[in-house]
Design a protein around this ligand. Structure first.
Ligand code: ATP
Ligand code: MG
Ligand code: FE
Length: 336
């Protein structure tokens, strides 16, 4: 059984042998956060409290299991919103304690990456491009359960940039899917910056792109010029995708792994999926593993997959497990 409550999705899943999804119940709060243009932490916590028991019951019912069938409980304990994380952590600890079931602490980003286990067996070493609402990073995994960030965003995450730009285009939070759809209808007509593309590192930056986008739209507003929104979306998306694909293919030159995993909420982006596919097609030695669309966003199934891996590495927690809003991968290693 696994729990995810780090942001605005309450989710409980039942996973068999770390790779078969028996149930994966996701209660999203999007409608409650829409009018604020982003996730309001207090609102998120309250929703998690209301939803968590219902999710547990639904997940167990759909999977047709009782507590006797549960061998372990995996839970996201960071990174994320502290009040949101605490609901999942507390629920998981309570069930683990009450039924005497081992508890596995899981890093949310490890969950995003290891959702790929539902697609295929991972061959290590492997590289992951994680693009989500709060993270944009290249993660090297030398062996199972070992994570090292080799490049990351210096400012905004890709998903965050999508949401901010979407707001200017008049799209409700989370704007990613809609901007993606608009981009498919437009053309790359505006010359937006590809930050750090030529720099000799694997880091990213999206705040300059966001500013360039805002300047362009503000300027057009001032002179009462109507810009084509689809073209704006397409130009923004092509700048994001160019940098992500460019840095990732360059990372593969330094770290020639046989599998590249594309993970995180933004991994559902059609433009990114096809551009990366095309680029990786040209590298004979590397295969692209895309997390399925429905497992890209936050869900507990991915936490179950990561929990299985952590359990194999003997990473368990007691009832003193606490939420860690700024959890990093290193901490996970320290606990071995
Ligand atoms: P993190 O995982 O970093 O803690 P998070 O859990 O909030 O952050 P996810 O749920 O993994 O993030 O992803 C949500 C983000 O993905 C949102 O910013 C959303 O706009 C973006 N997103 C979802 N679908 C798409 C898409 N098709 N194109 C671009 N962005 C997308
Ligand atoms: Mg989310
Ligand atoms: Fe996430």
């Amino acid at each position: 059984m696994s729990f995810e409550s780090s942001c605005d999705e309450t989710s409980v899943a039942i996973i068999e042998d770390g790779e078969k999804i028996l149930s994966n119940v996701v209660a999203t709060q999007i409608n409650s956060h829409k009018r604020f243009g982003g996730v309001v932490p207090e609102v998120a916590s309250r929703h998690h409290i209301e939803q968590i028991t219902i999710c547990v019951e639904d997940a167990m019912k759909q999977a047709d299991v009782s507590y006797d069938d549960i061998d372990a409980i995996a839970v996201t304990y960071g990174p994320g919103l502290v009040g949101a994380l605490l609901i999942g952590v507390t629920a998981a600890k309570t069930i683990a304690w009450a039924h005497n079931i081992p508890l596995i602490p899981v890093n949310h980003i490890a969950g995003h990456i290891l959702a790929s286990r539902f697609v295929t067996k991972i061959n290590y070493p492997a590289l992951a491009l994680v693009v989500s609402g709060g993270h944009t990073e290249l993660v090297l995994m030398k062996e199972e359960g070992d994570f090292k960030i080799i490049g990351e965003t210096r400012d905004d995450a890709a998903g965050e940039a999508y949401d901010k730009v979407g707001r200017v285009l008049g799209i409700n939070y989370p704007a990613g899917p809609k901007v993606d759809a608009m981009a498919a209808e437009g053309k790359d007509a505006f010359d937006f910056p590809r930050a750090m593309e030529k720099e000799d590192n694997f880091d990213f930056s999206f705040s300059g792109l966001k500013s360039a986008f805002l300047n362009t739209t503000h300027h057009a507003d001032q002179i009462h010029e109507e810009l084509d929104k689809n073209d704006l979306a397409a130009s923004f998306q092509s700048a994001v995708v160019d940098v992500l694909v460019d840095k990732t293919t360059r990372a593969l030159q330094d770290y020639p792994v046989s599998q590249l995993i594309l993970a995180g909420g933004v991994a559902a982006n059609k433009g990114l999926r096809s551009a990366l596919e095309e680029a990786i097609d040209k590298i004979d030695t590397t295969e692209l593993i895309k997390v399925p669309n429905k497992l890209c966003g936050d869900n507990a199934a991915m936490i179950g997959a990561a929990g299985y891996v952590m359990a194999k590495k003997n990473v368990f927690a007691g009832v003193d497990l606490n939420a860690d809003p700024s959890l990093e991968f290193d901490l996970l290693e320290d606990e071995e």
